[in-house]
Design a protein around this ligand. Structure first.
Ligand code: FA5
Length: 337
């Protein structure tokens, strides 16, 4: 004759497979396997059994629990599946789907991504600073005299509280040196703002990538090598690069550089950026503000550059007018997606 537990198990299995809905299935689970369920109580009863009976009943109890739990799970899965079928019943899967619109990256973003990946391969880390900054970061710390024309309200957007929209990303040179001692090797991509007359190559908001490298024995040769490697990776190995002497208050000597490349239509030299060796007066102002001698101009030298990204993207993608970048005209943007 079968044991009471086996009978209980068989009744439970019958009840479970006949359960008409989730509520009755849950009731069966509680009735058999719940805390005081008719199978569970056998756990208590085991204590009163003889030594010989214990292992036999223990085994039966385990088997009953496992079988009933598995049957409950199987029946629950059946309920889930039929609920899903019911939910899909009114959907015609033969109808054509709604195509999802796939976006694309803005040409300037593509340009920045390419440029950043080349500099990262050379070991430059990414740095950043705010678009709204103080005169000290934008001009004073960069050795720019109080009467310099760039500080004029005709040239720069000032906020009522005296702060300004940065006119170049060179502010991040100072922010980086304020936050860490040398060696420094960073690039800082970002927007810059000027009250320039807007035309095909000038915009009131444009983008630059700033570069700063400070260490012992950094030379103009390192600057030229870095710029040349970058431009040849970007525009092709045949690219010619020309450095011309220039003036910036925060670098000495200073240069502008031009490129000529097969990747650029017209075969003309095109001005791309400013650069130079960090002026010792910049290091001294940073030391004064830091309150230490971390950027000792006798020990450290550095180079910096500021590349105009909009113009570079115009060259690379053959875009005739800088204003297209900000007009949000899908006919223009789709060409680069
Ligand atoms: C600067 O802004 C310096 N901060 C660059 C620099 C950095 C020099 C570090 C030395 C060391 P400049 O004003 O020449 O320099 O601008 C650099 C580049 O930004 C230009 O070559 C040009 O490509 C771009 N640029 C400047 N003004 C505009 C504008 N209104 N519209 C679009 N691009 C511009």
């Amino acid at each position: 004759m079968s044991h009471e537990l086996e009978q209980l198990r068989d009744t439970a299995l019958g009840e479970i497979s006949a359960a008409p809905d989730e509520q009755s299935l849950e009731a069966a689970r509680v009735g058999y396997l719940g805390k005081s369920g008719s199978i569970s109580v056998w756990g208590e009863r085991m204590r009163g059994l003889s030594k010989e009976e214990k292992p036999i009943v223990g085994k039966l109890l385990n088997e009953a629990r496992t079988a009933v739990a598995a049957a409950i799970e199987q029946r629950a899965a059946e309920f889930r599946a039929s609920a899903e079928t019911a939910a899909l019943a009114n959907i015609d899967i033969t109808l054509p789907g709604q195509p999802a619109e796939i976006g694309g990256l803005h040409p300037l973003t593509q340009m920045l991504d390419r440029a950043i990946s080349i500099f990262r391969r050379m070991g430059f880390a990414l740095a950043e600073g705010p678009d709204v900054d103080t005169e000290w970061y934008c001009f004073d710390a960069l050795n720019t005299a109080p009467d310099h024309p760039a500080r004029n309200e005709q040239d720069t957007f000032y906020l009522p509280d005296g702060r300004l929209l940065r006119t170049h990303t060179s502010t991040v040179q100072i922010r980086t040196m304020m936050s860490a001692p040398p060696p420094i090797r960073v690039i800082a991509p970002g927007a810059a703002y000027r009250r320039d007359e807007v035309d095909a190559t000038h915009s009131a908001q444009f983008h630059q990538i700033e570069g700063l490298y400070v260490d012992e024995k950094v030379s103009v040769a390192d600057l030229k090598g870095t710029i040349e490697f970058f431009l040849r990776e970007l525009l092709g190995q045949q690219t010619e690069i020309r450095f011309r002497p220039h003036y910036f208050p925060f670098t000495e000597p200073s240069f502008e550089f031009d490129v000529r490349s097969k990747a650029i239509k017209g075969g003309k030299w095109l001005e791309l950026a400013g650069c130079g060796m960090v002026h010792p007066a910049v290091f001294e102002e940073v030391n004064r503000a830091r309150g230490d001698d971390a950027y000792d101009p006798e020990k450290y030298t550095g180079f910096a550059f500021g590349l105009g990204m909009d113009r570079l993207a115009m060259l690379l993608f053959d875009i005739p007018d800088i204003r297209y970048f900000a007009q949000n005209d899908l006919r223009f943007l789709r060409q680069f997606a």
